[in-house]
Design a protein around this ligand. Structure first.
Ligand SMILES: *[C@@H]1O[C@H](CO)[C@@H](O)[C@H](O)[C@H]1NC(C)=O
Ligand SMILES: *[C@@H]1O[C@H](CO)[C@@H](O)[C@H](O)[C@H]1NC(C)=O
Ligand SMILES: *[C@@H]1O[C@H](CO)[C@@H](O)[C@H](O)[C@H]1NC(C)=O
Ligand SMILES: *[C@@H]1O[C@H](CO)[C@@H](O)[C@H](O)[C@H]1NC(C)=O
Ligand SMILES: *[C@@H]1O[C@H](CO)[C@@H](O)[C@H](O)[C@H]1NC(C)=O
Ligand SMILES: *[C@@H]1O[C@H](CO)[C@@H](O)[C@H](O)[C@H]1NC(C)=O
Length: 500
């Protein structure tokens, strides 16, 4: 399967090779701003760009397994974008920019949308989608950090194989927007999209030295996205720079009649004039940033300790007030529920939302969670049933809807969050809380709060780590200001080196 797909990509590339050589445009590490400038001054076409990324995918994917499928129509779509641009027609800020999207996000084209699983091959969505380079791999059915398995081997799917970190090939991965993060890091696309229920954008972006934005739930529509929990699911960009991520965010926010309640309620957070105005070099100035206790406990003398300490001074030098040693009163309760009742709520939501998604497809080989379980049982080798099991799917199938028990747990999650991060930020008038990597996830996941991770350094082994700004609902503008100013002041990210 995987070999066939690589061959397909090679064939697509070979057909059109030769067209992509004679441009002065710098492809490696290209940003969306530079791509737009290249389109404007004639040094770049979408076609050349798509050739470049398809070539990158052909060469790197056998090693990284970041891409599950390339779009056989990508070059055709690029040619159309070039033709449209030459007549002065521009569909939007990302017109002609090749984007790779996670294989949970359905598109109405020849691409499959399968959550990495063979069970969903051939399913077809009813509604229209975007211009895409292809689909990114993900650990199958794994919007939990623990994957669908109890063992939790992250980044594996039956269709896409085992993903790997482009910085340190043997490093641990986390899910589930793994392929998107790896592809962004290794320049396999101009930009990528991920989805998050709990840590799925923030964690893999952290480990791959890229910028991930987890938007306030409802800011981006979840219609046509294989769901986990409509209470927590959100779609966001994963890119090499804050500016790129903001370009993509701006293109994907907004009201959608097919996810009406959530997108209507969050649309009040979309600022007039969009998000790009918050890419401010002085974005740290005047900000109040809180550091809760217990999040930066790295041993003295370690790279992380030294680097994070420097970063906090940098933020202060750029005009931020950083308040350390803040206490989140109920932190233990929040971390404890992650291991306890949360699974009860999420598994019930998963079954309900997934069955709704599957029954709404215009065609699908499987129509329910129980049929997926049966499919896995019938294909134990391909689905690696012995290695990974399907515990989360089985637990989920056993649930019977959002009853009193689930409602009580959801209420408890909301209360814990309100008495945790919300109370802390309100009492101290904070613009953000600062944590390492994606460690803020249990604080922000349950009530749909936003967060941004930005590359912060590389540890003793060369494994990337990051810093994150998290805030209250609709705080994207100020999180972007801080993240951008921090990125510009530190310029930490370097391209991956594929260390073995
Ligand atoms: C066009 O713009 C791109 C991106 O800014 C730049 O790299 C390139 O050198 C420019 N080429 C010309 C001919 O101006
Ligand atoms: C979608 O899956 C089908 C069935 O395996 C396959 O034939 C087709 O090539 C896939 N589409 C793409 C774009 O890879
Ligand atoms: C299908 O999608 C429509 C539109 O989003 C929605 O109203 C409906 O509840 C969904 N479910 C089913 C089973 O049709
Ligand atoms: C680091 O060193 C300081 C003294 O310089 C000490 O007070 C602190 O406990 C040490 N922290 C850790 C995590 O070892
Ligand atoms: C975690 O939660 C369980 C059940 O809700 C409780 O029995 C236990 O004492 C809690 N543990 C801590 C460390 O708070
Ligand atoms: C599902 O429920 C059945 C019947 O109550 C039980 O035997 C089985 O162990 C449960 N499965 C899981 C994974 O909880």
């Amino acid at each position: 399967m995987a070999d066939l797909r690589v061959l397909l990509a090679v064939a697509v590339f070979a057909l059109a090779a030769g067209a992509s050589c004679s441009f002065s445009f710098e492809f490696e590490e290209a940003t969306i701003d530079s791509i737009q400038a290249g389109f404007k001054n004639g040094s770049l076409t979408s076609t050349a760009l798509v050739h470049y990324y398809l070539d990158k995918i052909t060469r790197l994917n056998p090693l990284l397994h970041a891409v599950i499928e390339v779009n056989p129509d990508a070059l055709r779509q690029a040619a159309r974008a070039d033709a449209e641009r030459s007549t002065g027609h521009r569909r939007g800020a990302l017109h002609g920019v090749p984007v790779l999207i996670k294989d949970l996000i359905a598109t109405r084209d020849r691409l499959n949308t399968t959550a990495g699983s063979l069970a969903l091959l051939g399913s077809v969505l009813r509604h229209a989608g975007a211009v895409v380079l292809g689909k990114a791999n993900l650990p199958e059915w794994a919007n939990f950090r623990s994957a669908r398995s109890t063992g939790g081997l992250h980044g594996w799917s039956a269709r896409g194989g085992q993903s790997r970190d482009p910085y340190v090939l043997s490093a641990n991965l986390c899910g589930s927007s793994t392929g998107s993060s790896i592809a962004a890091a290794a320049n396999m696309a101009a930009a990528t999209l991920g989805t998050e229920t709990m840590d799925s954008i923030l964690c893999p972006a952290s480990l791959n030295s890229v910028v991930g934005i987890k938007p306030t739930v409802g800011l981006t529509s979840r219609s046509g996205v294989i769901p986990f929990s409509s209470r927590q699911d959100t779609i966001g960009p994963i890119c090499r720079t804050v500016a790129d991520a903001v370009h993509v965010l701006e293109a994907i926010v907004g009201y959608d009649a097919l996810d009406a309640a959530a997108t209507k309620s969050a649309s009040k957070y979309i600022p007039k004039g969009g998000y790009k105005q918050f890419l401010r070099i002085d974005g740290l100035s005047g900000k109040r940033i809180g550091i809760p206790n217990g999040f930066f406990d790295f041993a003295n003398g370690t790279v992380r300790r030294i680097v994070y300490t420097q970063h906090v001074s940098t933020m202060r030098q750029h005009g931020a007030t950083v308040i350390e040693n803040l206490k989140i009163e109920n932190l233990n309760g929040i971390l404890n529920i992650t291991r306890g009742g949360l699974l009860t709520a999420l598994t019930a939501e998963f079954k309900f939302n997934l069955n709704n998604y599957l029954s709404n497809l215009s065609y699908s080989p499987v129509r329910s969670l129980s049929e997926i379980i049966a499919f896995n049982n019938a294909h134990p080798t391909e689905e690696k049933l012995k290695e990974f099991g399907q515990q989360v799917l089985l637990l989920s199938e056993n649930t019977t809807g959002i009853g009193p028990e689930e409602k009580a747990i959801i209420r408890q999650l909301e209360e814990l969050s309100e008495n945790g991060i919300v109370k802390l930020m309100t009492e101290h008038h904070l613009d953000a809380i600062l944590t390492p990597d994606s460690d803020a996830t249990p604080l922000i996941a349950y009530i749909g709060l936003p967060g941004i991770v930005v590359p912060a350094g590389y540890d003793e082994q060369g494994v990337p780590f990051s810093i994150s700004y998290s805030g209250l609902k609709g705080y994207e503008p100020r999180l972007i200001e801080m993240a951008y100013a921090f990125e510009q002041a530190t310029k930490v990210r370097k391209p991956p080196t594929f260390k073995t």
